[in-house]
Design a protein around this ligand. Structure first.
Ligand code: SD4
Length: 334
């Protein structure tokens, strides 16, 4: 943390961005008014630890749950949890084995956010199996938040990550097949349903989240979705809760979906109500449109969870001492 602050400050002054007059101005400026307290209803016995993730990712949830039960913190739990999917070649929209863009490049997006609002992300990064861990390094080792493409990859090698071909036999074959028609369309809940967004609360009651994906299959080269964008695919506010998203990222970005949901919870909505409002805001901008899926998942400081989606089919996994569940989510369309 200290190192991060130091790097941040030194980079600002090196760039000549902090002038003496700015510093004087800051000193004499009145303090901003205190932010009103979050209106999250307090419960005497919040559920903790707890972890939730998009879709039915049994192995990822098991891993995160193990970290939490052994006293690990929420940040380690979400990182290690989603890494399971990144390393699973059979999951064809995350990490190794993710489907490529239309030019045949497998490009990955991921982000991570901690209880103090620190965050890191990599976008459009190739040849690295665990983008979430690179995102964490961006957060912890640099003064920046997002690294993209070749720069992100170079940074990953500097941090000791290994170069690896992300194609598998299966994704190679599918891509060759796709090239015959080169038709780009989204199949709801089938083609693009494996992005993992994970939210956890540890024994201390602190919240963290992570989100990782290879994005929409056969996307235009260079396309980045919501998943690595803080506020869109993921947002954490330790006073309030966290939210994450899956589905067509363009629509999530347009409403800054995860930030919106956390903000609605801050104003007193339950996770369920906030997710419903989030999807409804998107549908308002897309009246009558049915050709896409969005799923939102949220948790509040009490460990209460909720989810909502455009079409039936979105589920989320929830692990706590109250049990291990795969929860079906209600949807905007029946
Ligand atoms: C994206 N939101 O890149 C991701 C895709 C996704 O399940 O969630 N797939 O837009």
């Amino acid at each position: 943390m200290e190192r991060r602050k130091f790097l941040k400050n030194s980079s600002l002054s090196a760039a000549g961005l902090v002038s003496a007059s700015t510093l004087v101005a800051c000193k004499t400026e009145p303090k901003p008014e205190a932010v009103p307290a979050a209106m999250v209803p307090t419960t005497p016995n919040p559920i903790k630890p707890i972890v939730v993730c998009t879709w039915n990712f049994f192995n990822a949830s098991e891993k995160a749950w193990k970290v939490l039960k052994e006293g690990g913190n929420a940040l380690d739990a979400v990182e290690q949890g989603v890494m399971v999917e990144e390393g699973d070649e059979t999951n064809e929209t995350v990490g190794k084995g993710g489907r490529p863009d239309r030019d045949g490049n497998v490009t990955l997006d991921a982000c991570i956010m901690d209880k103090d609002g620190n965050c890191g992300a990599v976008v459009c990064m190739e040849n690295i199996v665990h983008p979430v861990s690179v995102a964490r390094k961006v957060m912890e080792e640099t003064p920046h938040i997002i690294l993209a493409g070749k720069g992100a990859e170079k940074f990953a090698y500097e941090q000791g990550f290994k170069k690896e071909d992300l194609f598998t036999e299966s994704t190679k074959k599918q891509y060759e097949e796709w090239l015959k028609t080169s038709k780009y369309e989204t199949t709801i809940n089938i083609e693009n349903h494996d992005t993992i967004g994970m939210l956890a609360i540890d024994e201390n009651g602190d919240i963290a989240g992570a989100c990782t994906t290879s994005g929409m299959a056969y996307k235009v080269a260079g396309r980045v979705g919501d998943s690595p964008i803080i506020g869109a695919g993921l947002f954490i506010d330790n006073e309030v809760g966290g939210a994450t998203a899956t589905g067509v990222g363009e629509e999530v970005i347009r409403t800054v979906g995860s930030f919106l949901i956390v903000e609605l919870m801050r104003q007193g909505k339950s996770p369920q109500e906030a997710c419903e409002e989030g999807v409804k805001r998107i549908m308002k901008k897309n009246e009558g449109r049915k050709d896409f899926q969005i799923g939102f998942l949220a948790i509040n400081k009490n460990g209460e969870t909720g989810g909502y989606c455009v079409h039936p089919g979105f589920t989320y996994r929830e692990y706590s001492d109250n049990g291990h569940k795969n929860r079906e989510v209600i949807s905007f369309y029946e």
